[in-house]
Design a protein around this ligand. Structure first.
Ligand SMILES: Cc1cc2nc3c(=O)[nH]c(=O)nc-3n(C[C@H](O)[C@H](O)[C@H](O)COP(=O)(O)OP(=O)(O)OC[C@H]3O[C@@H](n4cnc5c(N)ncnc54)[C@H](O)[C@@H]3O)c2cc1C
Length: 425
């Protein structure tokens, strides 16, 4: 017998999370089915709405001004400027860790590679690092954390023309963490303010020892940036201690995977889903469905047993090529659960540009939808009357090039979930 709900959302990333939240808040009995961790664990934790217009010249100052001029098939054109605004308001309710809601304009944040990135929402922990701020900065890296080369990032930022002086220093993180220590180890030591051994052999608290190691490098810097490992449970308390010790504001520089800011956002999203009464089933993949024309149920594979979940409305939010919501082999590009149509050239040599940094068709692979976010078949007809799609399973946009990944997932997820709940009435 199938387990029943009114709305079933497949996929537990930003798109699926915001879809389930919107449906539940509209009063629908909602269930979220998710296999593995989402790309939030890999993403920087910055929430971009639109950093660069597809044919634009440099960074977009105001994403909302650019959206009406996007190509027709872009997911933002489907949900509209109003839909994006509504979804970002929902995002701002889910977490109080973020800044940027006070303006439509993009903020410019330094990245661990030393570039400056336009983004719509950024963790409070990164706020003192904004590149429009003219205070001189010191970037501090840790010897064992090779992903962040602070002197290199500082040089890059200066070359990028930031309006402040920036220096970089690499220090040994007190406590002698192993070269392969996880970022959560750094965060835990700082969260717990655990006793650590310093270079002189003395034992001190981690935050105090870290500040003391940084102090000789300050040289008049008016703010200090660290890789984003400053605490997991209570990053604000860690920053506050370091600021008190150093006497200047402290900020985190978003890092590559695994990303603590991304994981912190995931925690907030799952707490909101819990509070909204969404039922969650995680750890097993959805492997198929039943129904013709309309979907009656989807099934997960739990240790070889197929368990069906029935609902009136479904949302597909399984991610793109990275999240495995879109799969490909040498012959074709496919959506594996419902076999929805994924437009692509028959000749796979047309999937790529010969220039590595060129305009690759595969970057926009994904489902195209009608105005109600229902995936379309090759003839332009809705594949199923009760299936909507959201997030990076959608095509028609290149999130990496235009810097719109989280924004599209939140906006289309919110709209798909609300529409699914609306369709129950
Ligand atoms: C390295 C990296 C860095 C990024 N940096 C940024 C950034 O700086 N700013 C920004 O805005 N965006 C960034 N993004 C993009 C952003 O993270 C994604 O676009 C967005 O989070 C995608 O969300 P999603 O919910 O659509 O998909 P995903 O996060 O991929 O989630 C898909 C979910 O579906 C589940 N799933 C898949 N198949 C099944 C199945 N068969 N059954 C059940 N569940 C299934 C997965 O387990 C997962 O939980 C980055 C992405 C990457 C990969």
């Amino acid at each position: 017998m199938a387990i029943e709900s009114e709305v079933v959302v497949v996929g537990g990333g930003l798109a699926g999370g915001f879809a389930a939240l919107a449906a539940a808040r509209e009063g629908a009995d909602t269930r979220l089915l998710s296999y593995k961790q989402s790309t939030l664990a890999q993403a920087s934790g910055l929430v971009d709405v639109l950093g660069y217009a597809p044919d634009g010249d440099g960074a977009a100052a105001d994403p909302f001004e650019v959206i009406p001029a996007l190509p027709d098939e872009h997911p933002y054109r489907t949900v509209g400027v109003g839909g994006v605004r509504e979804a970002m308001a929902a995002f701002d309710e889910v977490t109080d860790r973020y800044r940027g809601a006070h303006t439509d304009r993009n903020a410019l944040l330094p990245t661990h590679g030393g570039t400056v990135k336009p983004t719509a929402r950024y963790p409070a922990s990164t706020a003192a690092g904004v590149a429009s701020d003219e205070r001189d900065a010191l970037l501090v890296g840790f010897e064992a954390l090779v992903d962040f080369d602070a002197p290199h990032a500082a040089t890059h930022l200066e070359n990028a023309g930031v309006p402040f002086e920036v220096a970089g220093a690499t220090i040994a993180f007190p406590g002698g963490l192993a070269a392969d220590a996880k970022v959560t180890r750094y965060a835990k030591l700082l969260d717990e303010d655990a006793p650590v051994e310093t270079a002189t052999g003395a034992t001190r608290r981690a935050r105090n020892a870290l500040a003391s190691a940084v102090e000789p490098h300050l040289d008049g810097a008016e703010r200090v940036g660290f890789p984003a490992v400053l605490g997991d449970d209570d990053p604000a308390a860690v920053r506050e201690s370091l600021e008190t010790e150093l006497g200047v504001p402290v900020f985190e520089v978003p890092m590559g995977p695994p990303s603590l800011p991304g994981l912190r956002l995931e925690d907030d999203l799952y707490a909101a889903l819990d509070a909204a009464g969404v039922s969650m089933e995680t750890g097993n993949p959805v492997v198929g469905y039943d129904g013709e024309g309309g979907i009656e149920s989807v099934s997960i594979d739990r240790n070889g047993a197929r368990i069906p979940f029935a609902a009136d409305q479904f949302v597909l939010a399984t991610g793109g090529l990275v999240g495995k919501g879109i799969g490909s082999d040498r012959e074709r590009v496919e959506e594996p659960i419902f076999d929805c149509h994924v437009p692509h050239a028959a000749d796979r040599y047309e999937w790529f540009d010969t220039d590595a940094f060129g305009d690759h068709a595969f970057a926009r692979f994904g489902l195209l939808t009608d105005g109600d976010l229902r995936p379309l078949d090759a003839d332009g007809t809705a594949e199923f009357e009760n299936l909507r799609a959201a997030g990076s399973v959608l095509g028609g946009y290149d999130f990496a090039a235009e810097k719109s990944g989280s924004g599209v997932s939140i906006a289309t997820g919110h709209a798909a979930g609300a529409a699914a709940a609306e369709a129950l009435r």
